[in-house]
Write a protein that binds this ligand. Structure first.
Ligand SMILES: Cc1ncc(COP(=O)(O)O)c(C=O)c1O
Length: 380
C-alpha cells in the first residue's frame, strides 16, 4: 500500500474527488511537463527535427513498460476509439462469424465492431449481463468456434466487474479468435501483461488511470499485425521521415514496428511529455501498489455502504479500483445535488454510484461520501 500522494496533486482539502474513472486530475509535475512542452513552440527555431522523434520514442518506451511489451509494439493514438478503429480495420472477419462484445460495453468499443459486423455480414454477439457478476465465466461460455474477434475490456465499466484476460486470451487462441482490448478503465490501476494475455491489439486513453492529459493514448499492436494498414497515411509513419529534406522522395516503406499506426502529428510537444511523466510516476509507485491502495479504500467503502443497503459485486469478481454501488430501493433524485453541495465527486448513473478513488484520496474522503449516503438509507 502507498502512503497518500495528495501533495503531488492540486486538490483542495474540501474536495473529495472519487471519480478517476471519469477523469483523473493531473499531478503538478505532469502539468509542468505539459506547460514546458507547450512553451517549446514559442521558440520554433529550437524545435529541431530530432525532437519529432525523441519525445515519441520516450513515450513508447515508458508505455511499453506498463504494458510489458517491446517499445516497437506501441503506437501513439489520440483516443481509445482511434485504436479500436485501427484494430477493426485490420482484423479479418467473414460472413457466418461473430464479434464478441459485453452487455453495456463502452460505445468506443462497440460502434466500430457494429459497423464491421454490418459490412462483413458477421454477427455482433453480446455477452449477457451475468446475474452472478462473473463476467469471465460469461465470456468463456460465449467464446464458441464462430467467434472471429473478442473485443473486450479488462473492467466492465458500468459494473466494475473484472475479466480474467489470461484465461480469456487462452480460450481465444484455442478457437482461433483475435483479442482486441480496451484497457482505458484499467491500465495503470490493475496489473496487466501483454506477455501473459497475448492480445492482438490493446488500447488505453491516457486521461483516466494513466493519469495523463486528454486526447492522447497508447495502442499495443502484436508483431503479427505490424504489416497492417493504418487508419491514415501520414509522412511521419514512413521509413524516410527523419530526413526532412527528402520527404518528397515518396516511399512505400513504413517506419518499423507499430509506428505505422501512429496518428498524424503524433509528436505532440505538449501532450506527449505530460503523458510520459505521468506513466513514469505510475512505474515508480508500481501498478500492484496503486491497485492495492485504491482497493483498500473501496473495500472500506463497500463495507460501510453495505450497512446502508448498498451492494457491490463480490471482491473476487470486481476490479479493486472500481466500485459500483447499487441499491434495490434506488437512489434519491436529490443525491447528485447533495453530492455537489458537499463537494464529494463520484458518478451517479441510474441506480448505481460509481466510486473510483486513487492515491490522492484519504480515509477522510471515504467518510465524507458515507456521510452523504447515510441519510439516503431508507429514502427513495
Ligand atoms: C471503457 C472506456 N473506454 C474508452 C473511453 C474513452 O473513449 P475515447 O478515447 O474514444 O473517447 C472511456 C471513457 O469513459 C471508457 O470508459
Amino acid at each position: 500500500m502507498l502512503p497518500c500522494q495528495r501533495q503531488l496533486f492540486d486538490i483542495p482539502n474540501d474536495v473529495a474527488y472519487l471519480n478517476c474513472a471519469y477523469m483523473s486530475p493531473l499531478m503538478r509535475p505532469v502539468v509542468d511537463a505539459g506547460m514546458a512542452g507547450l512553451g517549446r513552440k514559442a521558440h520554433p527555431w529550437e524545435l529541431t527535427p530530432d525532437k519529432f522523434f525523441t519525445g515519441s520514442d520516450k513515450f513508447r518506451t515508458t508505455a511499453a513498460q506498463l504494458l510489458d511489451c517491446s517499445a516497437d509494439c506501441v503506437a501513439i493514438v489520440p483516443s481509445a476509439s482511434y485504436g479500436i478503429a485501427t484494430a477493426a480495420r485490420n482484423l479479418p472477419v467473414r460472413k457466418g462469424q461473430s464479434i464478441l462484445v459485453l452487455d453495456e460495453q463502452f460505445p468506443s468499443n462497440y460502434y466500430p465492431w457494429q459497423r464491421l459486423a454490418e459490412e462483413s455480414g458477421a454477427a455482433l454477439k453480446v455477452v449477457p449481463w451475468p446475474e452472478d457478476n462473473d463476467w469471465t465465466a460469461a465470456v468463456l461460455n460465449a467464446l464458441t468456434g464462430e467467434v472471429a474477434v473478442a473485443a473486450l475490456p479488462q473492467v466492465q465499466w458500468t459494473s466494475g466487474g473484472r475479466l480474467d484476460l489470461v484465461r480469456i486470451g487462452q480460450a481465444c487462441r484455442r478457437i482461433g479468435a483475435a483479442l482486441a482490448l480496451d484497457l482505458t478503465q484499467s491500465l495503470g490501476a490493475l496489473p496487466f501483461s501483454v506477455g501473459e494475455v497475448k492480445p492482438d491489439f490493446a488500447v488505453a486513453a491516457s486521461y483516466k488511470w494513466l493519469l495523463g492529459p486528454y486526447s492522447i493514448g497508447l495502442l499495443y499492436v502484436a508483431p503479427k499485425w505490424h504489416g497492417g494498414r493504418p487508419l491514415e497515411e501520414n509522412w511521419i509513419q514512413r521509413a524516410n521521415a527523419s530526413d526532412f529534406a527528402s520527404l518528397i522522395l515518396y516511399t512505400e516503406d513504413y517506419d518499423q514496428g507499430a509506428r505505422r499506426f501512429d496518428m498524424g502529428e503524433r509528436s505532440n510537444f505538449a501532450l506527449l511529455p505530460a503523458a510520459t511523466r505521468a506513466m513514469e510516476q505510475l512505474l515508480v509507485w508500481g501498478v500492484p501498489e496503486v491497485s492495492a491502495t485504491c482497493g483498500a479504500l473501496n473495500r472500506q467503502l463497500a463495507e460501510r455502504a453495505g450497512e446502508l443497503g448498498f451492494s457491490a459485486p463480490p471482491e473476487e469478481l470486481r476490479a479493486p479500483h472500481y466500485l459500483c454501488l447499487r441499491r434495490k430501493a434506488g437512489i434519491s433524485r436529490e443525491l447528485p445535488e447533495i453530492l455537489a453541495r458537499e463537494k464529494v465527486f463520484v458518478s451517479v448513473r441510474g441506480s448505481s454510484i460509481r466510486v473510483t478513488p486513487h492515491v490522492y484520496n484519504t480515509v477522510g474522503d471515504v467518510e465524507r461520501l458515507i456521510n452523504v449516503l447515510g441519510p439516503q438509507a431508507g429514502r427513495r
